[in-house]
Design a protein around this ligand. Sequence first.
Ligand code: GH3
Ligand code: MG
Ligand code: MG
Ligand code: MG
Length: 287
Amino acid sequence: MHIAIVDSSRVVLKLVAGLLEPRGHVIEPFTDSAQALDYISAHPSITALITSLEVRPISGLELCWAARLLGDASRPLSIIVMSSSRSTHTLAEALDSGADDFIEKPPSAEELHARLRAAERLNTMQSALIRLAETDPLTGLTNRRAFMRRAHEAVADAGAGGSLAAILVDIDHFKRINDAHGHDVGDEAIKAVASLISGNGIAGRLGGEEFALLLPDRDIARALVVAERLRRRVVALRIPAEGGPVKLSCSFGVSAWRSGETVDGLLKRADIALYEAKSTGRDRVVS
Ligand code: GH3
Ligand code: MG
Ligand code: MG
Ligand code: MG
């Protein structure tokens, strides 16, 4: 595990690192709790925090809270408080402040390793749950909720001085495919389109036969090229079915992010373009 350790004493930091490093853990030691928090916040690879309560400038309990909020967002982070006080009150206070576990200072090697094994089990389970919660089971694409979260991040990144384009994709007359060839063939069509879309920027399945693609660092011209290439590839698809291979097409709505615009604004304009693509004959790209 990549572990941040916070204690005001370099001797304690050395001691704990000395116990953990031989077991393959990578240690980031901090005597300054604010620096530790900054580091953890900027490095999602940190999956455990071991902190003493008597640290500065942020107290150990406050650090637990702040780290807990980071961890709850979308990353596993186990928090272990280390204290020389064995009082029940201290233990309860630490757990109530967001810590997962408590260990006496200085820790014994055996106990520390056992607590980290327990932390690793929880982290593994949380990672699996996050993956499940963010993934569309049919296509393996990011689902709507996770896509929207990533979209907000992409807009924030673009706000820092970049470009960003959005493409909405909707399979044409999909109901007819389901009606004529059955739901299973429909599912295969959805999977085939999903697999064409994935690998181009941030791809998500928004619903039934509707997909979205965000292209960081792409302006409208580049996005139109990507959409047109996808359109051709969709037309070239052949979905195996009992009565022979099934062809399909998609309509595409493209928009480019405008400075100050929200995710909703960007996707709304792509949706208007998609609607126009539908109403003017389908199997086309409109911006
Ligand atoms: P348009 O060209 O205007 O987009 O027409 P359409 O038939 O594609 O659009 P419509 O929204 O009317 O129909 C979408 C259909 O997609 C309706 C729904 O039964 C079907 N559908 C939604 N989710 C799934 C799925 O997971 N699998 C399959 N096979 N069908 C689905
Ligand atoms: Mg529709
Ligand atoms: Mg459709
Ligand atoms: Mg649709």
